[in-house]
Design a binder for this molecule. Structure first.
Ligand SMILES: NC(=O)c1ccc[n+]([C@@H]2O[C@H](COP(=O)([O-])OP(=O)(O)OC[C@H]3O[C@@H](n4cnc5c(N)ncnc54)[C@H](OP(=O)(O)O)[C@@H]3O)[C@@H](O)[C@H]2O)c1
Length: 218
């Protein structure tokens, strides 16, 4: 287990990024909190303004950060696929230079459907209605971007179908590339518990490139 890491979080003001930042800070890691409008900052957290549309700025910020790990958790409304893939490539390029591990918080759409392992969740109307397909397929393309990149040290974390702010229970179950369902029959986790899983994975990396988590116990 790795203690006292330097962790850069890109998208640190978001639902996921803010919880990852808080969880990392609470565990005593030093956090570089990157976004366009970074907030706050304390002994463990340093806000760093960066616009990920500017890939040169991303390179510069991550080179200066000298982080052990980079967590990518950006999102746009509506989904901007080119931005998402460009930011993912820029983070992987920068991490290859600094030798940092990359953890991408991506989408559930990239997982296999539990009913049909040959079908991705993004292509399964039981999980993804037509209006959400562009977001879901952008997440699949983000995973493919990671798989095509020469930097070997990345992991893509697909949340379950439902990811919302909630309680930190630290009770979650981990899987690989198939959507998981909790004991109550729903595929869900709180953003707080997802952050616990992110930090667990960074501190004690597994060998799987594509992982997922769900609320509950293993
Ligand atoms: N069930 C699921 O599959 C599911 C559910 C929810 C989320 N997710 C995924 O989880 C990840 C995080 O989502 P979220 O809900 O936490 O998103 P969010 O709350 O909308 O936050 C997005 C973050 O991205 C940052 N950002 C956006 N554009 C940026 C830019 N040009 N430069 C730098 N930072 C930028 C925002 O900060 P600023 O605006 O300050 O720049 C913010 O910190 C995404 O990949 C999302 O798809 C998956």
């Amino acid at each position: 287990m790795k203690a006292d890491m330097r962790i850069a979080v890109l998208g640190a003001t978001g639902m996921v990024g803010s919880r990852v930042t808080a969880e990392a800070g609470a565990r005593g890691h030093r956090v570089l909190a990157l976004s366009r409008t970074p907030a706050g900052g304390d002994g463990h957290v340093t806000p760093v303004p960066v616009d990920a549309y500017d890939t040169t700025a991303v390179h510069q910020a991550l080179a200066e950060a000298g982080a052990d790990a980079v967590v990518l958790a950006v999102r746009t409304y509506p989904v901007d696929r080119d931005f998402l893939l460009g930011a993912t490539r820029a983070v992987l390029d920068a991490a290859a230079r600094t030798g940092s591990r990359v953890l991408v918080v991506g989408g559930a759409g990239a997982l296999r459907s539990p009913a049909d392992p040959g079908l991705l969740v993004a292509d399964d109307p039981a999980y993804v209605p037509a209006e959400l397909r562009p977001v879901a397929t952008a997440g699949v393309a983000q995973l493919r971007t990671c798989q095509a990149h020469p930097h070997p040290d990345w992991v893509y974390l697909s949340p379950p179908a439902l990811l919302e702010p909630g309680a930190r229970t630290a009770r979650y179950r981990r899987g690989t590339d198939t959507l998981l369902t909790a004991a109550d029959g729903r595929s869900w986790i709180s953003a707080e518990d997802l952050a616990v899983a992110v930090l667990d994975e960074l501190e004690d990396p597994g060998t799987d490139r594509h992982i997922t988590v769900v609320h509950g116990v293993s």
